[in-house]
Design a binder for this molecule. Structure first.
Ligand code: FE
Length: 195
């Protein structure tokens, strides 16, 4: 098991999430509904996140692995946005809960590509501290996320239904619907620099 954070608040969250995934047995609606409450409690206070997992990079948004379930049932990541940084349009292939902790981020949801047609923007939301978004192949799994601020760092805490840094998924070209595979890795692992 990998756990980067030692605060009791975070460890209580992991303990509760372990029990939830044990009990839910892969039932996504239950995990999302109850996991949302757990994540909301976690991000209500942000003094538990160590500085090492809150560092922006001048060029790239950062994804720090905070906890990986030993059976790859879920993982917890801090997403650290430098000013104006954004993801490409991407999918996840697993459920995800996104909890805003500091600053704000904008999420744009896109349709599944059809042939070589341009992808449609389905909607746009801004998350403020305490807000939680969710995605999954069942609910809609393709989005682009950006820091809502051009002049400050934003941080959100994500929980994914797998070891997200190891999962092969896709980035999309909105204009053509074409896809490219990618594996994100994590910012706090040596192999990231080597790969
Ligand atoms: Fe995402």
């Amino acid at each position: 098991m990998t756990t980067t954070v030692s605060s009791s608040r975070f460890l209580r969250f992991v303990e509760a999430f372990d029990k939830l995934v044990d009990r839910a047995g892969g039932d996504e609606p239950t995990i999302l509904a109850e996991g949302k409450t757990l994540l909301h409690e976690l991000i209500a206070n942000d003094d538990w996140l160590p500085d090492c997992c809150a560092q922006p990079h001048h060029q790239y948004y950062q994804q720090y692995l905070l906890h990986a379930d030993p059976n790859d049932r879920y993982s917890v990541v801090s997403f650290v946005w430098g000013p104006g940084q954004k993801t490409p349009v991407h999918n996840h292939t697993v459920w995800a809960l996104i909890g805003m902790m500091r600053g704000a981020e904008r999420g744009e949801r896109f349709s599944v590509p059809e042939g070589d047609q341009p992808m449609q923007l389905l909607g746009e939301d801004t998350l403020e501290p305490g807000d939680i978004d969710m995605v999954s192949p069942r609910l809609g799994d393709i989005h682009r996320v950006s820091n809502a601020f051009d002049d400050r760092v934003s941080i959100s805490i994500h929980v994914y239904g797998g070891n997200i840094g190891r999962i092969s998924r896709h980035v999309f070209d909105v204009a053509t619907g074409s896809t490219k595979p990618f594996i994100s890795g994590y910012s706090n692992e040596p192999s990231k620099a080597a790969s």
